[in-house]
Design a protein around this ligand. Structure first.
Ligand SMILES: Nc1nc2c(c(=O)[nH]1)N[C@H]1C(S)=C(S)[C@@H](COP(=O)(O)O)O[C@H]1N2
Ligand SMILES: [Mo]
Length: 390
């Protein structure tokens, strides 16, 4: 059976990971979701340069070789699109209609951004750093072509984990993921991690770009009115990967399996409800638990009573935040981290004998799946993208 990857549009490229078919801690590159606003730019690395400019003591033009000779490191980070899960919102919200798979986890390698900022001697009065991608085009509702650009506040830009990335899971970045160089902002939504970097500019005043002020912003009610916030850190979230919505299961023991993540923080716990949120039980966390990375969890659900059930999972972050039960519509089509009900039926005519796997078994299963999948063709289900393409 070929595995289907859901392609929401091809120009620009938007496709998501089939989470239920790729239940591994590291998302293989060929399955990793792609979210692009314009066509993937063709870049010749021999003539490519990274310019570092603005409020710096020393402006620089770095070649690929120069970057490659700087100190490197690697980091595991979960990346999620801020619009992930948008198709589940009711009422409908405009934009790419992602299901649950605009999220993945990879080992990223490259040069810490602060190394480059230090070499350029960032000025004392710089307030933000702006990152420009090589891609450009006309976005819905805009006449003038523009390039994709986003800024970071100085503390996040200088953070030792914020990186200029050249490799993903040990391989040179693929064109769709930002070759030859992308930014990686651990713990923040994917939009901050600008692909196809060509220019870094330190500035004294807040950047006013389209993807900074018009898109990827959310409304926030304060005592006195409404404030507009830029989409940044990822809040705590979990996903039930198995069983999938609409499954018919046997009575007996059924294993629920999923992932949970909490942006800049590690996951502290995951709770599961099999009665639509009336009562909650602790799930078992499996495998690594670390800041920036998602954590696998499982729960053995034993029930002899046939009928319809609503399953929920809610994650709790190490800094004490609990995943909400409902979407906050002030956020529009972004920051979609509510616990989403999964409806299943227990059929009296079937018996189920699942058991909770130990970590070694879980890893053997994942390796076996990876092995099997690597020989299979990748099929694409093309769906027309609806909405404004943001
Ligand atoms: N230059 C550029 N960078 C970009 C984008 C883009 O369209 N152009 N999309 C952003 C968004 S919204 C997301 S979610 C991530 C997706 O990264 P991926 O395609 O490697 O998964 O890239 C971000 N960086
Ligand atoms: Mo995104």
């Amino acid at each position: 059976m070929p595995v289907h990857q859901k392609v929401l549009s091809t120009t620009p490229e938007n496709r998501e990971t089939p989470l239920a078919d790729v239940p591994s801690w590291v998302t293989p590159n060929r399955w990793f979701f792609v979210r692009s606003h314009y066509e993937t730019p063709e870049i010749d690395v021999a003539s490519w340069r990274l310019s570092v400019a603005g409020c710096v003591g020393r402006e620089m033009e770095l070649t690929w070789e120069q970057l490659d000779s700087m100190p490197h490191r690697s980091i595991f980070v979960t990346m999620e699109c801020a619009g992930n899960g948008r198709s589940f919102l009711k009422p409908y919200v405009e934009g790419v209609q992602w299901t649950a798979g605009a999220v993945g986890h990879a080992e990223w390698s490259g040069v810490p951004l602060h190394v480059v900022l230090d070499r350029a001697s960032l000025a004392e009065d710089a307030k933000e750093v702006v990152f420009y991608g090589a891609d450009s085009g006309i976005e819905h509702g805009n006449d003038a072509p523009q390039s994709f650009a986003r800024s970071l506040p100085l503390d996040k830009a200088r953070h030792p984990d914020t990186m200029l990335v050249t490799h993903m899971n040990g391989e040179v970045l693929e064109p769709s993921h930002g070759y030859p160089l992308r930014l990686l902002v651990p713990g923040w939504y994917g939009v901050a991690s600008v692909k196809w970097l060509t220019r870094i500019e330190a500035v004294k005043t807040p950047f006013q770009g389209y993807y900074q002020t018009a898109k990827y912003t959310i409304q926030h009610r304060t005592g006195g009115g409404v404030r507009t916030d830029v989409v940044g850190p990822m809040p705590v979230k979990s996903e039930i990967i198995r069983p999938v919505d609409g499954s018919v299961l046997g009575i007996g023991a059924n294993r629920l399996f999923g992932m949970a993540w909490a942006g800049e923080h590690a996951v502290a716990a995951v709770e599961v409800s099999v009665d639509g949120g009336v009562s909650w039980q602790r799930a078992e966390l499996q495998g690594p638990r670390a800041a920036y990375s998602w954590t696998a969890w499982e729960y053995l659900w034993e029930s002899a009573a046939p009928g319809d059930y609503t399953l929920l999972a809610r994650a709790i972050s190490e800094d004490g935040h609990v995943q909400p039960m409902d979407h906050d519509y002030d956020r529009g089509g972004y920051l979609i981290n509510f616990s989403r009900p999964i409806n299943v039926r227990l059929d009296a005519a079937k018996l189920s004998y699942d058991f909770v796997g130990d970590v070694a078994k879980l890893q053997r299963d994942m390796a076996a799946i990876a092995q099997e999948r690597s020989h299979q063709p990748l099929d694409a289900d093309i769906e027309l993208m609806s909405g404004a393409g943001i």
